[in-house]
Ligand binder design. Structure first.
Ligand SMILES: *Cc1c(COP(=O)(O)O)cnc(C)c1O
Length: 359
């Protein structure tokens, strides 16, 4: 696991589930004061994260509407501009306690410049954490070298451990003697004396001290099986290389489609939601450095319900994507087992799906 996220052994623990871990880490790392109390995140973060942020803020007696700062895309755009994120951190930094973005945004597929954001947050004295649900196993990470304070993730997306699989946390080693587990459990107790059942908790140094319960062995076994496949594949460098090839190929094929609409034509062709010719655009950044495997197809016209029909048709053809309300279909060629041929077929079937609905 440590090689997948770029961490030292003691900086990683496989434990719990993602949202649980997010709460645990926020309990330790979100310590608002009168001057520095805000959480900075991307607008429309995954709902579980939004709920966690709001409830953490409330637990400190603060109001989410003033304590949670969201960065929005500019008018008519879908992804965030790095300069806009940097500007907010520079401007609001002294009131921000915690900067917490997702590594790859689940809806748009945007890969954020994690190293730069982390550095900027630190310059302003903020804690910087990451939700890596869609980043881990998808893009190379160097959490230790980037000086990330903490991170959380699940392993059932690109790490293929199976739904509900065991999750993980990262805590930078510089916090080892400062951030001790606040909510202790026996599985975080020093290995040498854990089974002597001493009455007083003595945590394992580092991330593993945060473990509370003994983990599900079946969940661990399936994660181990998946990590072995990554090891056999040469870890993230070759996997990412193949991922760039597959996603780049899929994008080229999709852009050639008769139904493809360029982002800058959107406003002109679809001046209002719900009307206009059936088609699609890609809202994921076109720059491969700003995305992982995923392409998010926005089905047009927006808010027309067409997305569900296209998605059902794709599913009938055997293309396994993912529908996200209201208008997005996510397609992500998996570098471990998808092929160029799969990408060609997915593009053809999308074309077919539009034809079938009489577009
Ligand atoms: C998938 C995902 C979750 C899911 O949380 P669980 O606790 O594993 O159910 C949370 N946050 C993000 C950003 C996700 O992508």
């Amino acid at each position: 696991m440590k090689r997948v996220i770029g961490a030292k052994e003691k900086e990683v623990a496989c434990m719990g589930t993602l949202t649980n871990n997010l709460h645990l880490m926020m309990d330790s790392f979100y310590n608002p004061t009168a001057e520095r109390y805000k959480i900075l995140c991307e607008a429309k973060a995954f709902p579980s994260d939004q709920y966690a942020f709001a409830s953490q803020v409330r637990a400190h007696g603060l109001d989410p509407s003033t304590a949670i700062l969201e960065v929005f895309p500019r008018e008519g755009e879908y992804s965030l501009r790095e300069e806009d994120i940097m500007e907010i951190i520079a401007k609001e930094g002294s009131s921000i306690a915690l900067v917490l973005f997702s590594g790859v945004q689940y809806y748009t597929g945007q890969l954020f410049p994690m190293q730069n954001i982390t550095q900027k947050a630190k310059e302003q004295g903020c804690i910087c954490g990451w939700d890596l649900a869609h980043a881990v196993g998808n893009v190379p990470l160097s959490l230790h070298d980037w000086d990330v304070d903490f991170a959380v993730w699940c392993t059932y997306k690109y790490l293929n451990s199976g739904p509900g699989g065991i999750a993980g946390i990262f805590m930078h080693e510089k916090w080892n003697n400062i951030q001790l587990p606040k909510f202790a459990g026996w599985w975080g107790h020093e290995l040498s004396t854990r089974f002597q059942m001493p009455p007083t908790f003595s945590p394992i140094a580092g991330a593993q001290g945060f473990q509370q319960s003994n983990p599900c062995i079946l969940a661990l076994a399936s994660l181990l099986g998946s990590l072995r496949v990554f090891k056999e594949a040469g870890m993230l460098t070759p996997v990412r290389e193949r991922s760039l090839l597959l996603t780049g190929t899929l994008e080229k094929l999709l852009v050639k489609s008769d139904y493809f609409v360029f982002l800058d034509q959107l406003r002109q062709l679809y001046p209002q939601a719900g009307s206009g010719k059936p088609g699609f655009t890609i809202i994921t950044p076109a720059d491969p450095d700003q995305r992982g495997a995923q392409l998010s197809l926005l089905i047009l016209p927006a808010e027309s319900g067409l997305m569900h029909k296209i998605f059902a048709s794709l599913s009938d053809y055997g293309v396994i994507g993912d529908e996200r309300e209201p208008d997005v279909i996510r397609l992500a060629p998996n570098p471990l087992y998808n092929t160029i041929h799969d990408c060609e077929q997915a593009a053809q079937y999308l074309e077919q799906a539009f034809k079938l609905i009489g577009a």
